[in-house]
Design a protein around this ligand. Structure first.
Ligand SMILES: Cc1ncc(COP(=O)(O)O)c(C=O)c1O
Length: 476
């Protein structure tokens, strides 16, 4: 309808102008601040825009969106954004995303989008191969790790528990498991009182002796243990749980083994570090985010399941109004394998990226993250006031400025302030987390364009802020 007011030529011109502006922004990004703060007045002005009764000129609105909306926030794509799990999306993924949005195919069913469905299925098959899953396996592109975990846990519940035992189901995670898992468990009817948080060892890996004891105790009490969620790269430290031991425990007790590889499963595409995930092929399902370490724009995650029949058992529906879109032989409707009906072909941008880069180049880009964290650790170790809390693993290193004359509480404050100073400087995104009850600084470095100089300068700048804060406190 808006075509009557705004012609398609005007939209085309606005799109061209937008793309020129966007590339200019993207080229300048490495010199931009890590976070572009927005003040309250600007927020107030946005609130006041309201919804007009008469439409406004397209150029004005595009300009407002670029200048007043997208401009602000965390530049998660910046090479020195080293917080949380960064989102270093490749421009190839961006283009793949734009193409997918432009054609706006309904990729919920094979019939409505056969070529894209075929590509998504082939890509899922290739990813299953990388994980060591066999030909019975399958999966789906979903919006991210939280949805992948939720999908897997739903399948596990339906496979292992019966209607009679669902209210007794118990799930096992480690103290370091991502919070989306407990959220997903709540959604599928497993309350906090039936989630066991198994302690971790000094390497932040799930302690399997504790796991066995906990499962046995629950069985003795008449409960129904049904799933263990292991991690391939925990969010805090990048630790990898002992898959082989967890798998044999799951087999002994007839339980489902899920691996949350939202962050770390991408390591399967490397030549040098793939062996870290040995045993992942023993799991029943794997979550894997492409919008993390596979350099895709949001929202692109995968759920892989060893036996795709299990996905169908949980999600298959065939209402009368979808019969015209029914299954074609030897193909699968994505809507019958997951939660969503209407969905974009999320996998196409990853396929496009892989086609243009090739899997070797993606693997090498992932390996770069390991090197970045090692450079960081090397530079950190030069300062004797720094305690390495978890050494470089899976592109993550945790550390804490820990001067001897300070209490633990003062050190917590100090490290928080160092992070704040760095964020205020705009140079690098260094945030905090808590490990063993202590506030620590954390580097997660997965951007392919981050350099050794970026990393070493970031640590040197942190050292400078530390010195400034400590000498300020001394003179107070
Ligand atoms: C290990 C792990 N699992 C799950 C998630 C949730 O993924 P998403 O944010 O894509 O929903 C994250 C996010 O950082 C994560 O690190």
């Amino acid at each position: 309808m808006h075509e009557k007011i705004t012609t398609s030529k005007q939209i085309e011109n606005a799109a061209e102008e937008f793309i020129r502006n966007f590339f200019s922004y993207y080229r300048k990004l490495p010199n931009d601040k890590i976070i572009n703060e927005i003040d309250n007045d600007k927020i107030e002005n946005l609130r006041k825009i309201g919804i007009p009764i008469q439409g406004r000129a397209i150029d004005t609105v595009v300009n407002e969106m670029v200048e007043d909306i997208y401009q602000y926030g965390n530049n998660v794509n910046h090479p020195r954004y080293l917080g949380f799990i960064p989102g270093p999306a490749s421009m190839l993924s961006w283009l793949g995303d734009v193409m997918t949005s432009a054609f706006n195919r309904h990729a919920g069913s094979w019939v409505s989008c056969p070529a894209a469905s075929c590509i998504e299925q082939e890509l899922i098959g290739w990813l299953c191969d990388q994980a060591g899953f066999t030909e019975k396996s399958g999966g789906l592109f979903v919006s991210g790790g939280s949805m992948a975990n939720l999908t897997a846990m739903t399948v596990a519940r339906d496979k292992i528990l019966s209607e009679e035992t669902q209210h007794l189901g118990v799930a096992y995670v480690s103290e370091q498991t991502h919070s989306s898992v407990a959220k997903g468990l709540r959604i599928i009817g497993i309350p906090d009182s039936r989630i066991r948080r198994i302690p971790v060892d000094s390497y932040f890996k799930m302690d399997t002796d504790h796991l066995t004891c906990s499962i046995q105790k629950d069985i003795d009490e008449g409960l129904a243990p049904f799933i263990v969620i292991a991690s391939a790269g925990t969010t805090n430290t990048g630790s990898i749980d002992p898959f082989e031991k967890i798998s044999s425990i799951c087999q002994r007790y007839g339980m489902w083994m899920h691996v949350d590889g939202a962050f770390g499963a991408s390591v399967l595409l490397t030549k040098t570090h793939k062996n870290l995930l040995k045993g992942i092929e023993l799991s029943d399902s794997i979550s894997w985010d492409a919008h993390k370490w596979l350099f895709q724009t949001y929202a692109c995650g995968m759920i892989l399941v060893k036996n795709r029949e299990n996905l169908m058992n949980s999600f298959h529906v065939q209402p009368e109004y979808l019969k015209d879109l029914g299954a074609v032989q030897d193909s699968f409707n994505p809507w019958e394998m997951g939660i969503e009906l209407t969905r974009p072909a999320r996998g196409l941008k990853l396929w496009f990226t892989l086609q243009v880069m090739g899997s070797d180049a993606i693997g090498a880009a992932i390996e770069h993250g390991f090197q970045l964290a090692e450079w960081a650790e090397d530079e950190l170790k030069k300062n004797k006031e720094i305690e390495i809390v978890s050494p470089a693993q899976m592109a993550i290193v945790n550390f804490r400025y820990s001067p001897r004359n300070m209490t633990e509480h003062q050190k917590d404050e100090l490290n928080q302030q160092i992070s704040k100073k760095m964020l205020d400087s705009g140079y690098a995104g260094i945030f905090t987390t808590e490990i063993n009850g202590k506030k620590v600084l954390r580097i997660c470095a997965i951007h392919p364009d981050t350099t050794e100089v970026d990393i070493r300068n970031t640590v040197r700048l942190l050292n400078r802020y530390f010195e400034e804060l400590v000498s300020f406190q001394r003179t107070e």
